[in-house]
Design a protein around this ligand. Structure first.
Ligand SMILES: [Fe+2]
Length: 304
């Protein structure tokens, strides 16, 4: 790997926005800035956009409702199934209610902020992350989100669609969520992609037939998964790669394409997150999407 000296420069990753309500009426300048910043690999930061818990929901801010094995509690947008929870009855209902309310707030925010995406934006899972990140015992390096990575779904191939995520820090004790943000996607991918293994012929179909993946894993999904795993396994990169530490205060919200922005969650507890998927065709400047960057880098079409 080449030296990091040339890329060790200060870069600002956060793009601030003023909003205190999920249905905030954004100006056309704000909307322009949001699209340009998101697609350019920046994090939209809403310092004062909080998610208010109802009094009965305060009891949900505990690790005791989470399954010991799962990182997060998640809610499926179709059928509303709760996963990773060790709760039933009133508590399970409370978690579902809190998370679906968050999902509808996040949808409202995206509709107001980037209406150009709205017709193509697909609602994905909602997640509640109740564990303290710092010092947590994570058995597999692949699941250790304290290591820099870009997001990729092992069992849900998306063929190049973007992963757009809305996060809100709901820590009741005022504790920050702290991330590290790495270098731009193109520079990062350029270090790893030339050395990634090629997909085994026929493997994508076998995985789909066995139900290990929901649908066929495209060459794009193959690269993104290997990028995710190789990056987390590369201790030299984890130690030396350029990065910026950023802090998300309790009661704040941030929005980011996590398939593009290298990130690591270092500290904090109690976050809600809403995932959206967006086809590359809905972007204003599709050439900045990881799919198109990787296609230019490899000289192949990767979405099929
Ligand atoms: Fe991540």
């Amino acid at each position: 790997m080449s030296s990091f000296q040339s890329s060790r420069k200060v870069f600002s990753s956060l793009e601030p926005f003023n909003a205190t309500a999920w249905d905030n009426p954004f100006t056309s300048e704000d909307r322009e800035r949001a699209v340009d910043s998101l697609e350019g690999g920046r994090v939209l930061y809403f310092k004062d956009l909080r998610f208010a818990l109802e009094p009965a929901e305060k009891v949900l801010l505990s690790t005791s409702w989470s399954d010991a094995e799962a990182k997060n509690i998640s809610l499926d947008p179709v059928g509303g199934r709760l996963r990773g929870a060790n709760a039933d009855g009133e508590e399970a209902y409370g978690l579902e209610r809190m998370m679906s309310r968050y999902a509808s707030h996040a949808q409202k925010l995206m509709q107001g902020l980037v209406p150009a995406y709205a017709p193509a934006l697909r609602l994905g899972r909602t997640s509640f992350r109740p564990h303290e990140v710092e010092g947590r015992d994570v058995r597999s390096f692949r699941k250790d989100d304290r290591r820099l990575h870009v997001d990729a779904f092992p069992s849900r191939p998306n063929g190049g669609a973007r992963i757009l995520r809305v996060f809100t820090n709901i820590n009741p004790a005022g504790k920050d969520r702290v991330w590290q943000i790495g270098e731009p996607f193109e520079a990062y991918a350029g270090r790893f992609v030339p050395n990634l293994p090629r997909p085994l012929p026929g493997l994508a179909h076998v995985l789909a037939l066995l139900g290990i993946t929901k649908g066929i894993r495209s060459p794009y999904d193959h690269i993104m998964l290997h990028l995710h795993d190789r990056t987390k396994a590369d201790l030299k990169y984890q130690r030396e790669a350029p990065r910026q530490e950023v802090t998300f205060a309790a009661g704040s919200t941030w929005v980011v394409f996590t398939d593009q922005v290298l990130h690591a969650a270092m500290r904090g507890q109690f976050v809600l997150e809403q995932t959206f998927e967006l086809p590359v065709s809905a972007l204003r400047r599709g050439e900045r999407a990881p799919l198109r960057i990787l296609e230019r880098m490899t000289g192949h079409s990767l979405a099929a």
